[in-house]
Design a binder for this molecule. Structure first.
Ligand code: AMP
Ligand code: GLY
Length: 430
């Protein structure tokens, strides 16, 4: 089989790694891969955002499956274009991707269907938005409606902070066009859960839930990032809670999208807040989470490729059961100094060989590239270091051990990924 992975970040590295294990004989290609993806895939020199060239290449190479990692090409209509040429593709259409690419669309649809989420109002005019902020008062969240690399939501403790966030988003265009419309919403209190659901458009199959750490600083402080670490399993996420999330959130949004001529085929990611009043949606994403995928997929014992192929070919996944290893996984993101603001690139990275020989240590590259002189940094989030073990405590110490051993100038990482779960208890998992 010939498989193309679109994207070149940490998530796409895990996808390549998993698909390679699911199908060792397949030829796997990836668009401008990072330094780590070169192990499991062959490079194709096309930008992940160049949807016309990707389509042309896939047709000319007789590709059997395209797996689209990032939201950008999904929102630009890559799936529609590939579909129009008969190329099987895993990922939602442009219309279905609006569940992530337009917060206004997503919030309005949730409200229509009655899916629990924070109260909100949307604005295209900053004067109206400001007067709403003043009227609302207290803590609130100001969000750019469009795509902003996971950084477009600003949690504000008071009116002044919210007014400043609004000026940044709407007047200073910090997130570019994504901030031409804003959503201002109620602040929800609770723990967050990332729930991935494979969907054929009608039925869904949940994956292991995980928790992400979006803030840059330890103790979950400082600005939001794309994600600084993640782990699974989560003891709060009982089977009963997951069934409730599937019945009251995932299935209703899938039917809402289908009714809106936007059937969702691919991976739906629900960001959930576990509030005192029950689970509520923080956001939907139209693709795998990064870095949650670096923790979740290494525990998937059964094939990911088979359900992806089925979904891409328009088949049903009704009755699908995924099998999990029963272990724990924790991933720590190593970031460049300065991230999530400006950061340097091109710094040499040293990964000790002993890590490659450790079956409980996995390295997933994100912002790395292979230069003539060796592996160098090329992004804000550089590498995700995943530790695997029977308990989360052991997985955490393995992940931190690897994070300490990998070297590049200015490396920063959080030493406390998983702190909520670790402070609860550490049940033996297998
Ligand atoms: P989003 O881009 O919508 O996923 O938001 C990014 C992060 O901001 C979330 O993971 C939460 O940590 C936080 N956040 C977003 N919306 C809310 C909300 N309504 N209440 C509390 N925190 C929120
Ligand atoms: N880790 C958050 C995201 O992928 O959006």
């Amino acid at each position: 089989m010939r498989i193309l992975i679109v994207g070149n970040g940490g998530r796409e590295h895990v996808l390549a790694w998993k698909i390679r294990r699911d199908s060792p004989s397949s030829e796997i290609f990836s668009t401008r891969p990072n330094g780590g993806m070169l192990i499991d895939s062959q490079p194709v020199d096309i930008s992940p955002g160049d949807i016309e060239s990707i389509t042309e290449w896939s047709v000319s190479q007789d590709v059997d499956l395209v797996v689209v990692g990032p939201e950008g090409p999904l929102a630009s209509g890559l799936v529609d274009l590939l579909g129009s040429k008969g190329v099987p593709v895993f990922g939602p259409s442009k219309a279905a991707s609006r569940i992530e690419s337009s917060k206004i669309y997503s919030k309005t649809l949730m409200k229509q269907i009655g899916i629990p989420t924070a109260d909100f109002k949307s604005f295209t005019n900053s004067i109206d938005a400001l007067s709403y902020i003043k009227k609302r008062g207290g803590a609130m969240v100001v969000k750019a409606s469009g795509l902003a690399a996971g950084k477009g939501a600003i949690v504000c403790g008071n009116v002044d902070d919210a007014a400043r966030a609004l000026t940044n988003i709407m007047t200073n265009s910090t997130f570019g066009r994504a901030g031409r419309e804003v959503v201002i919403e109620e602040f929800m209190e609770g723990e967050e859960l990332s729930v991935f659901a494979l969907s054929d458009g009608q039925d869904s199959c949940l994956m292991l839930p995980s928790q992400d750490h979006k803030r840059i600083g330890e103790g979950d402080s400082g600005p939001n990032t794309g994600g600084m670490g993640a782990y699974t399993p989560i003891s709060l996420a009982t089977d009963a809670l997951l069934s409730q999330i599937q019945d009251e959130i995932i299935q209703p949004i899938l039917s809402g999208l289908a009714k809106d001529d936007s059937e969702f085929r691919g991976l739906l990611y629900a960001g959930i807040m576990l509030t005192d009043a029950g689970p509520k949606v923080v956001e939907f994403n139209c693709r795998f989470g990064d870095p949650e995928t670096q923790a979740v997929l290494p525990l998937l014992a059964s094939s990911l490729l088979d359900p992806m192929m089925a979904i891409a070919n328009g088949e049903s996944i009704s009755g699908l059961k995924l099998h999990w290893s029963g272990k724990a996984a924790l991933t720590t993101v190593l970031a460049s100094s300065g991230y999530p603001e400006e950061y340097p690139k091109g710094l040499p990275i040293h990964i000790p060989e002993e890590i490659a020989d450790d079956p409980h240590a996995l390295i997933f590259h994100a912002g790395t590239s292979m230069s003539p002189s060796g592996l160098v940094t090329s992004g804000g989030r550089v590498i995700a270091a995943t530790g695997l073990a029977d308990t989360l405590t052991e997985a955490a110490s393995k992940s931190r051990e690897i994070a300490n051993k990998i070297e590049f100038e200015g490396k920063q990482f959080r030493n406390d990924i998983g702190w909520r779960e670790l402070s609860r208890s550490d049940t033996q998992l297998s």
